[in-house]
Every structure is written in C-alpha cells, then in structure tokens.
Design a protein around this ligand. Structure first.
Ligand code: SD4
Length: 342
C-alpha cells in the first residue's frame, strides 16, 4: 500500500476515532498496545504469538515490529524516509521482563533492526551497537545486506525536501496549520509524518516486554539518534510495574528520560494515562512556547493490564488489541489549538 494512504487512513477520520478514557481500560491479559493506527497490523502479528498457549510477550513484540519493518511502502524500516544525505538509517530496541535489553542505532541496509537488537541483547554483553558496527554484527549473525535503494515514496519525498532543504516541517493541529521547527505529526502537504512503531505487551503469564523500530525523524542530520533506541527514553519495561513507549520529537523525550519517567509515575500509583500525561507536562511546563511547536506522545501499560496514552498536541493515536477489543483510540492531549493548556 502507498505510504501516504497507509498513514492517512485514520488521520483523515481522526475526529471519528473514539477518544480514549481510562474507564475503557478494564485491565486484561494478554494485551498489546502500539503507537499510531499502523499499530493495528502490528498488534495482529503480536497477537498471533500472545494468543497461543505459552506465547511470550518478548516474541510478540518482536513479531509486531518485524511485521511493520516488512511494509516496504510504510512508515518504518527500509521503506522509511531518509536523512538529509538521502540515506535511510534505522533505530530499534527491545526489552524483556528481566530487564534484558538490546538496541541498534543508525544501522543501514538491514531489513529487521528489531531482530538485530534482540541478538545484541541475547548474544553480547552490550546494550547498544551503532552504525557500521551494528551492520557488521548483523551480517555476522546472518542478516542479509539489502540494497541501499530508497522506496518510491521516499525518493519523491526526498526530492521534494531537497528543493528547500529545510528542517522545518509543519504541525497540523486539527487542520489549523502552524509553523514549527521540528517534525511533529504532519508534513506541509498534510501527509502524516510519523515514522516510529513502539509497542508494549503483557502475556498470559503476566510478563511484560516492549519493542521500538523506526527510521527516525525524516531528513534528520546523518548520524542523529533519537529516543527510539534509547532504553528509558523510547522504551522502558519494569516487570513489577509496567511498560511504556513513545513517539514524537525524540530529543524532547531523551531530555526527560520519558518512558522511564512514565513507568516511575506508574510505580507511584498513577494510572497509565495519568503517568503519560505527567510526562508530557514535564516537557510543556519547562518551555510552553517550544512545546507549542512539537509533538510527543506516550503509551503505557501497567501490570494489571490497564493502559493509557497522552500527547502534547492533538493527533496522536494508538492501537489496542486484547481478548476484549481491537481498535484505534485518539489520545487525550495537553495543548489546545491556540497553544493554551486544555
Ligand atoms: C525520533 N521519536 O526519531 C522518533 C520519531 C517518531 O513518529 O516518533 N516519529 O525522534
């Protein structure tokens, strides 16, 4: 499917999506929660693992991430948008119920960075491998080196971007366009700009795991690493408490150790939704003017199987699959269209 169509499916009908409220999150297992509407397919792949007897959350989140990395005309993986030099560089991480974790950052020409991240976790004493070293490790572990070709969508988008070469996308807040310095939800032509899949799951044995895979912020500086492969920023799992993942402007998430913060709020007794909201507020309260120009969203799942999400701006959606439901929700958000707090 064409990337734009794939990504706009629910963005076009955003207002028709149900707004999530914590009351809806009854608490069930197994369960999987993913960022964005493309999480529906991802959750389906994860569910194939979770719904089998003994299906492990770790295998489920890897399967979900692999699923979207296979969507070559989609939003993450080798079909994603390149950096400023026209090179697709991928970031991914994975974390299990024992606090084992692995990540790759800035890896090129490898189709399944999430599975390389899992190998880093399982086969090395390290947590993160970057760039050429990550690629070399992948190849040594049997991952084929793919051609450096951009997907058709990415080629077009890059050619378009080169005309101005500005790292200055636009926020579309409920159709009111506003200039912003960094990429939040939408490009100027209205096509969605979100290139990250984060998912967290709990299996029937009450074990939590999470995974993130991304091509990162479109047209980023070559070598730039966002929050996605950073444990505690783009993903955090604590099997006693819960798990969280993020999407949006990675630099802001790193600055507050975002997903670690969300999990710590849940440890203090906040619901997943309230914990995500408090983490967003941490960003907004420090610099309201800056917060108006960017987007960050968190999703979280606690040990009871309750889940929630929150974002700074409108437009963030997330997908949930359990034995009780299979749907996309709009997340609540902090800033109104005029930038004031709701
Ligand atoms: C990053 N957090 O590289 C990612 C981008 C993202 O939807 O989430 N896009 O900063």
């Amino acid at each position: 499917m064409d990337r734009k169509k794939f990504l706009t499916l629910s963005s076009l009908g955003l207002s028709s999506l149900p707004l999530f409220s914590f009351a809806a999150s009854a608490g069930t297992k197994p369960i999987v929660i993913s960022t964005w509407e493309s999480g529906m397919g991802v959750n389906g792949a994860a569910w194939e693992v979770l719904s089998k007897p003994g299906g492990r959350a770790l295998d489920a989140v890897e399967a979900g991430a692999v699923h979207i990395e296979n969507e070559i005309s989609c939003c993450v993986g080798l079909g994603g948008y390149p950096d400023r030099d026209g090179i697709v560089t991928l970031d991914a991480c994975i974390m299990d119920e024992h606090a084992n974790c692995g990540a790759v950052a800035g890896i090129e020409q490898i189709k399944h960075p999430i599975s390389v991240a899992r190998k880093v976790m399982e086969k090395t004493p390290h947590v993160i491998l970057v760039g050429n070293g990550a690629q070399q490790f992948a190849i040594e572990n049997g991952f084929p080196k793919e051609p450096a070709e951009l997907s058709e969508d990415a080629k077009k988008a890059y050619a378009e971007w080169l005309k101005k070469s500005e790292y200055k996308p636009v926020i579309n807040i409920e159709n009111k366009k506003q200039n912003g310095p960094f990429a939040p939800n939408f490009f100027e032509d209205g096509s969605p700009n979100h290139d990250t899949m984060g998912l967290v799951a709990m299996d029937a044995n009450n074990n939590l795991s999470g995974a993130v895979t991304t091509s990162g912020m479109a047209f980023k500086l070559h070598g730039r690493v966002g929050d996605s492969p950073i444990i505690g920023a783009g993903l955090f799992v604590d099997n006693e408490v819960g798990a969280a993942t993020s999407s949006g402007l990675g630099e802001e998430v790193i600055r507050i150790c975002g997903t670690h913060l969300v999990v710590e709020f849940m440890r203090q007794g906040y619901s997943p939704e309230a914990a995500c909201k408090k983490a967003c507020e941490r960003i907004v309260n420090r610099d309201r003017a800056k917060a108006k120009t960017l987007q960050v969203g968190f999703v979280a799942l606690n040990k009871k199987g309750e889940y929630g999400a929150y974002s700074i701006q409108s437009g963030f959606v997330f997908s949930v699959k359990s034995g009780k439901e299979n749907r996309v929700y709009q997340s609540k958000f902090i800033l109104k269209n005029d930038g004031t707090v709701k």
